[in-house]
Each structure stands twice: as C-alpha cells, then as structure tokens.
Design a binder for this molecule. Structure first.
Ligand code: PMP
Length: 354
C-alpha cells in the first residue's frame, strides 16, 4: 500500500456526520435557537478595528482566561481555551491519550470522544449503559479495573440521551480511575448540577464547557476547560502556538459581558423542553428525561427513518440517531423557539395520526 494512503486507523473510520440541510426549521445540532445579543454583534467591528493584524495573537489568551476564571471563581491557570470544546477534547487526548494508551467512553454517548481518541492513535474501550441509558456504578468499576484507561469521558447531561448523570457516578469514576477524568458539560446550564466545584489540584478531573449552546455563539467556535493547574500546563505543551486568533479572543471577552442576558433564555428553553416532552408523550412516543436543550425520543408505532423524512418534507430537520448503535428507532430534537417547537409538534401529530 502506498504512503499516499491514510494511516490504518483513519482508513477504518468514516468520520463524523451531521448533515446540514437547508430547511426553515433546524432542530438537529443542539445550538441555541436565539441569536446572540445585538449589542455584542455591534461591538464586533470595534473588536476588529483594535487588533494589530500584523502581529500574532496573545499566545496565552491572558485576558480571556482571566475573565473566564473569574466567572467560575478559579484562577486563570485553571483555564485552557480552544476553538470549540471539540478542540479542548482533542487537546486532552493529544496530551494524555495516543498510541499505546486506552480511552474509555460509556455508550451511547457523544461520538466525538471515540472518534478523536482513535484519530489521535489511542485504543477505545467501551462501558455499556443499561437499556434505559442510565449508568451502573458497577460498570464504571469494571471498566476502570479491567482497562485502566488513560482518559475516561463522562458526558453530563449526556448527548444524545439527554440524561443527567448522578453525582455519585462521577464520584465512583474518580475513585476508580487511574487516569484523567473528563466531565463534558456542554449542556450544564440546562441541568441541575455541575462538577465545577469538584475541580481541585489533587484530582485528575477536567470539566469542559462551550460557548456553542447557552451562549448562542456556535459560529464563533469557543470552548474551554477548567482543570487543575498541572493539567492546564500539560495541555499547553500539546496545543499549537497561537491556536486562538486575536479576533476570537476579543470577541469572546466582549461576549462575557452579555452572559446574564443569555442565561435568562435558559429558563425559556427548559419550559419549552417540558412542553415538547409532555406533548410527545401524549402522542404515545417514548421520551427520555432530558437535562439538556434537546430530547431523545422513539416514535414506537412508526419507523423512525420515515418520521425523519416526513419531518424533513415539512421543513423540519431533527437528528436521525436510528442507525447508531444502541439507539435503534430513536430521533433527537433540539429545543427551538416557541413557534419552531409548535411547528415540530404539529408535524408530529400529523405524521403519527396519519
Ligand atoms: N460535547 C458535547 C457533548 C457536544 O454535544 C458538543 C456539540 N455537539 C460538543 C462537546 C462540542 O461543542 P463545540 O465544539 O461546539 O464547543
């Protein structure tokens, strides 16, 4: 085989697919349905004007890290920022995963853990959730004892199931883990607890967050991790120099002045989440309890792919999880604006009634 071929591990993979179809109502990628505040958008031209474009950015993103740190009452040395939390996950895996090491996930969960782990050369070991997608502490112990993974991921709330992980499960994971534990909190603002207060210097715990969901800035690509200082120092060795551009640093610093405005919308999303769950249940659809801004559901009486196609015909795009392992028959809908959710529920009533 020629050297123009990708590495063996890459050849065996198919990549991460999330189709971006141009439809009026997009409820497939768990973004915020609300644009960021207009005040922030107007500030961006000033942010651009103030940049010395011929110079490399502040490599340590000091101002941005300081402001994120104060938001969570930690020190700037506890913060690492990257281009979306996906890049944070990649940096963690480049630092602590890699060839000859194992990475643990508890399936079904966010697909990028296994994807990035494999791309960066690690072997993936899988812990299984129960049929109702809750996680048994004994399974956590089994995976830790049998495989001693270098990195273990726990997504809370979990994507794509929406389930909130009990705090005891993270405690069990931390007690049994020999390597790094990552609590991915991409959706934490919609949930009722966070592991941020569990981050200390003597625990190998990293908590990741994103600007893509509650903060309405998926287009900006910013995510960060709060972790012990020794871990942040390790991540900085693996990260590329100047990986965060000056515009992004400035735009994110400006965005942090608007967080309370954006957090106010969390309650709206939660109310809509309740409305969608209850309506779907009243249609005889199986719905998993969600602590996030999306809902996993199974139509039961109808083929999920047919339902997905009929929703698409009605101009509504949801996530088709039905071909994913362990998620047979399941679809996932992101909570949108009130009119979007009503359109989705009307379409579902029509489809299931037909
Ligand atoms: N973690 C989880 C659980 C997610 O669902 C997502 C987004 N789909 C991410 C991380 C990545 O988010 P981003 O890179 O936009 O910060």
């Amino acid at each position: 085989m020629g050297i123009f071929q990708p590495r063996e591990q890459i050849q065996a993979m198919s990549g991460y697919h999330s189709p971006q179809v141009d439809v009026p109502i997009r409820l497939n990628t768990n973004e915020s349905p609300f644009p960021p505040p207009q005040g922030w958008v107007k500030r961006l031209s000033r942010v651009a004007e103030e940049i010395q474009w011929n110079r490399y950015p502040d490599r340590s993103a000091s101002e941005l890290r300081r402001i994120i740190a104060s938001r969570h009452s930690v020190s700037a040395e506890n913060v690492f920022v990257a281009n979306g939390s996906n890049e944070v996950l990649q940096t963690i895996l480049l630092t602590y995963g890699g060839a000859g090491r194992t990475v643990a996930t508890f399936e079904p969960t966010y697909q990028m853990y296994a994807q990035i782990a494999r791309v960066t050369g690690a072997q993936v070991v899988i812990g299984e959730r129960r049929a109702d997608f809750t996680l048994d502490a004994l399974e956590i112990e089994r995976v830790m004892q049998r495989h001693s993974p270098a990195v273990s991921f726990l997504c809370n709330p979990n994507n794509p199931t929406g389930l909130v992980e009990p705090r005891e499960n993270l405690e069990t994971l931390l007690e049994n883990a020999t390597g790094i534990v990552v609590a991915d909190e991409a959706y934490a603002e919609f949930s009722d607890w966070s592991a941020l207060d569990m981050v200390t210097e003597n625990r190998a715990l990293a908590v990741t967050r994103t600007f893509s969901k509650t903060l309405s800035m998926a287009a900006l690509r910013v995510g960060y991790v709060i972790a012990p200082q020794w871990m942040i120092a390790d991540l900085e060795i693996a990260a590329l120099p100047y990986h965060l551009d000056s515009f992004k640093q400035g735009a994110t610093v400006a965005a942090l002045e608007y967080t309370s405005e954006m957090e106010e919308r969390v309650q709206l999303i939660k109310n809509e989440r309740t409305r969608i769950s209850q309506s779907l249940q009243s249609m005889g659809v199986t719905v998993w309890p969600s602590g996030a801004n999306f809902i996993l559901f199974r139509p039961e009486t109808r083929d999920a792919k047919d339902v997905w196609n009929q929703l698409l015909d009605a101009g509504i795009l949801v996530r088709d999880c039905s071909s994913w392992a362990r998620l047979e028959g399941c679809l996932r809908v992101t909570v949108g604006t009130e009119p979007e959710n009503s359109a989705f529920l009307n379409a579902m009533t029509h489809i299931l009634g037909a």
